[in-house]
Design a protein around this ligand. Structure first.
Ligand code: ZN
Length: 73
């Protein structure tokens, strides 16, 4: 569960979503169950920001197009 489809890496750290992130994703996907989603923590752009690409625990590409969490405020 460490691979990321947009980083093209097999070893990126992922974590489960924080409550505010889960709320955003529930609206985005129009579902109440986002418990299996994880966000990629890899640093991209020379360390300027994090990847934040979403996957599920068991599926590297749950969407037809990659979906990223919005940047934190
Ligand atoms: Zn990534």
């Amino acid at each position: 569960m460490r691979s990321c489809s947009t980083c093209r890496s097999q070893e990126e750290e992922h974590r489960f979503l924080e409550p505010d992130e889960a709320d955003w994703l529930k609206k985005e996907l129009d579902t109440n169950n986002v418990d299996t989603f994880m966000v990629c923590l890899a640093w991209v752009g020379g360390g300027a920001k994090q990847c934040r690409n979403l996957r599920t625990y068991w599926q590297e590409k749950p969407f037809r197009k990659p979906l990223r969490l919005p940047e934190p405020e």
